[in-house]
Unconditional design. Structure first.
Length: 142
């Protein structure tokens, strides 16, 4: 079962928020909340608030325990940019772009399935032990 929560028009650049969202993708929801508490970025509390909302949605709407939830994806998209003007030298004006973003978090309680083909591919990648050096006998030595 998938659960979605969104925070629209968050007043932070999507580029800056994506840096934080990459760190929590694939983590259990409870661990991600603990990790977000110690990230010293403006985006961390915004993403944490959205994650708490997704957990509450899962509990209330679908009766899923928070311990079972895993972050499937944390997507940060661009929202409309507010355009302002700053006075510059000699009567000219410079643009100021106040960017905003949409934060979307998808939680799931499904356990990822490991296929046999994936296991075979991972075992093929293993290195074989190095061959032992050949020992020459007295008659074969040069």
């Amino acid at each position: 079962m998938q659960v979605i929560a969104t925070h629209r028009y968050a007043r932070i650049s999507a580029f800056k928020a994506r840096e934080v969202s990459r760190e929590i993708q694939g983590l259990p929801a409870i661990d991600a909340l603990q990790q977000l508490a110690f990230i010293p970025k403006k985006a961390a509390p915004l993403i944490a608030k959205t994650l708490k909302s997704a957990i509450a949605n899962a509990e209330h709407n679908n009766n899923i325990r928070p311990e079972l939830l895993v972050i499937r994806e944390a997507v940060i998209g661009e929202a409309p940019t507010i355009k302002r003007i700053r006075p510059k030298a000699r009567g000219s004006a410079g643009p100021i772009r106040k960017r905003s973003s949409h934060i979307r978090i998808v939680l799931t309680d499904e356990v990822p399935i490991v296929r046999r083909a994936d296991k075979a591919a991972s075992s093929k990648g293993r290195k074989k032990p190095a061959p032992t050096p050949a020992v020459l006998t007295e008659t074969e030595q040069p």
